[in-house]
Design a protein around this ligand. Structure first.
Ligand code: OFO
Length: 162
């Protein structure tokens, strides 16, 4: 049985993952509106992954006989800046999510909750990938600056994410 503290923190994480999905979907809508189809596709894919992350925590809670409490999801921003600013925001968001996963892991260690530690291994590895992809996009956009042809080439490249 998960401790009450663990149930609370995982319910908060489910909310954070669902908010991540909402945030990336809003970024995707912004890019689509601005006719950057490749960036929009990349963010849409990211939003779908976030829903899967929420689902993993959700299923784990139910497998352990815990009560899932779905919290209200706040509205993400409507206005966004440049592609570089958006990917920088995504990278910062992923660093925040990594810190929240680490906090759950620290609690699982303190409580000697071995199943939760094991379940979190997948997320710890996933966060390495999440941060890597976001930071790579930031680095490319920094290099590109305002060279429109290079920006269009990156947009085409990100359209291939599967
Ligand atoms: Fe769920 O990893 Fe991103 O937020």
């Amino acid at each position: 049985m998960l401790s009450q503290k663990m149930q609370d923190i995982i319910n908060e994480q489910i909310h954070r993952e669902l908010y991540s999905a909402y945030l990336y979907q809003a970024m995707s809508a912004h890019f689509e509106f601005e006719s950057w189809g490749g960036f929009a596709h990349w963010m849409h894919h990211q939003a779908e992954e976030e829903q899967e992350h929420a689902e993993r925590f959700y299923k784990y809670m139910l497998d352990r006989g815990a009560r899932v409490i779905l919290k209200g999801i706040e509205q993400p921003p409507v206005e966004f800046g440049s592609a570089l600013e958006i990917f920088q925001a995504a990278y910062e968001h992923e660093q925040y999510i990594t810190a929240s996963i680490n906090a759950i892991y620290e609690l699982a260690v303190a409580e000697k909750d071995y199943p939760t530690q094991e379940m979190l291994q997948w997320f710890i590895k996933e966060q390495v990938e999440e941060e890597k992809h976001a930071s790579e996009n930031v680095a490319m956009l920094e290099r590109i600056g305002d060279r429109i042809h290079a920006l269009m080439a990156l947009d085409r490249q990100l359209a291939e994410r599967s």
